[in-house]
Design a protein around this ligand. Structure first.
Ligand code: CAA
Length: 383
């Protein structure tokens, strides 16, 4: 794996850093306090090309390779994980799935508006009673002539109250993963309702919703892929999604480290900057090593994708390590900041609150370990 960046990748990384420092960092605390990011950020993300990365220009995308995508996700994660989540889900889980599995008509209909930020998408997989056991979902889609009638509910859906289209996974066949199909459902369809979920520990500025579909009718042409392929679509989306979350976690941990280094050099105790104490340096060193290791795991996933090689297990490893490291690094950052770290005057308390969900969504730490274990042994712990 070549670890050098091209001039284009480096320039994009610099652009992303500038964008985040200008458009996101100055607002992040207020958005968090208000529990609502400014919706205007979506158009800005579209204009700078971040909502269309890896999607070809013919569909309104901004193209680019997977490592470039990860560099942008890293900076978004440093700036505000609520913003990174908007992009990871709308583009990473849904836009990329439409590009990979969609008909030409579906691509033309949805991709240009998702890439520009005119529309947002959400990923309707998780249900109130099925999180890790996604193949057991109970939302149903019943075929009636040229239509499907979809009934069920979805839980913890990122972009859930903002999305114009939801990629809904629903059962068209028997039990288990093979009975699942995927549908592109406009969220203004009659019978489609969403409710905002408030009171979250972190990602407070991000729209997280519960979706209720009560006899929502969609034409058969809204089905993404064949009947029964829905679970494969979900899992392959999550393989790339886990890379995206991991890259965001690298940025979050990097932000926690940068803030800690700066604070440790400024803050004096016992007559010296606390950066001069060995126990503080140990914390900074632990954060730095864990974060660099996470970045290398993320870059390996991007490299495997570019070379057309299997990357699912590498994505699980990256997501597992990067999310656990983000929690650990943000927690250490609070220790470096002491009492001030407990206030939202500095960014580190938000980093910790935002980091906590990273070991839960897009597959918990435990699911990643079992996927890695299955790849190592050939034994399926889910069977
Ligand atoms: N790519 C393509 N196909 C895949 C696949 C992948 N990565 N993983 C599995 N499949 C296919 C399998 O090949 C299999 O098909 P065949 O029998 O034809 O080979 C079929 O799907 C079933 O696979 P499994 O036997 O592995 O299915 P399972 O029921 O045992 O589930 C699981 C495995 C790993 C537990 C899976 O359910 C899982 O990943 N659970 C976690 C769910 C998750 O990550 N949820 C996140 C919610 S989305 C979110 O958080 C977004 C947000 O808003 C932020």
């Amino acid at each position: 794996m070549d670890l050098s960046l091209t001039d284009e990748q480096q320039a994009l990384w610099d652009l992303a850093r500038d964008f985040i420092d200008r458009e996101v960092v100055p607002n992040s605390r207020d958005w968090d306090r208000r529990e609502q990011v400014d919706r205007g950020i979506v158009a800005k993300l579209g204009a700078v090309g971040f909502l269309g990365m890896t999607i070809p220009e013919e569909y309104g995308g901004s193209g680019g390779d997977n490592l470039s995508y990860c560099l942008v996700m890293e900076e978004l994660g440093r700036g505000d994980s609520a913003i990174r989540g908007i992009v990871s889900v709308s583009l990473g889980l849904v836009g990329k799935s439409i590009h990979k599995w969609g008909t030409e008509e579906q691509r033309q209909r949805w991709l240009p508006r998702l890439c520009s930020g005119e529309s947002l998408a959400c990923f309707g997989l998780t249900e109130p009673d099925t999180g890790s056991d996604a193949g057991n979902l109970s939302t149903r889609a019943v075929r009636e002539g040229d239509e499907y009638v979809i009934t069920g509910s979805k839980m913890f859906i990122t972009n859930g109250t903002w999305a114009d289209v939801s990629l809904v996974f629903a059962r068209t066949g028997g039990p288990g993963p093979k009975g699942v199909s995927a549908f592109l459902v406009p969220t203004d369809a009659p019978g489609f309702e969403h409710r905002e979920i408030k009171g979250k520990l972190g990602l407070r500025g991000q729209s997280t919703g519960e979706l209720v579909l009560d006899g929502v009718r969609v034409p058969a042409s809204a089905r993404l892929g064949d009947e029964g392929v829905g679970f494969k679509i979900a899992m392959s989306a999550l393989d790339k999604g886990r890379m995206s979350v991991a890259a965001g976690c690298v940025g979050l941990a990097k932000g926690a480290l940068e803030a800690s280094v700066q604070y440790a050099k400024e803050r004096t105790q016992f007559g010296k900057p606390i950066a001069s104490y060995q126990l503080v340096q140990e914390m900074l060193a632990d954060m730095a090593v864990g974060t660099d290791a996470a970045r290398l795991l993320v870059w390996r996933v991007a490299d495997l994708i570019e070379r057309g090689l299997p990357f699912g297990t590498a994505a699980s490893m990256a997501k597992l390590h990067a999310s656990e490291n983000a929690v650990a690094a943000a927690n250490l950052a609070i220790q470096v900041f002491g009492g001030y770290g407990y206030l939202d005057e500095y960014p580190v308390s938000k980093y910790l609150r935002d980091a906590r969900v990273m070991t839960l969504y897009e597959g918990t730490t435990q699911i990643q370990k079992l996927l890695i274990g299955r790849a190592l042994t050939g034994v399926n712990a889910f069977a």
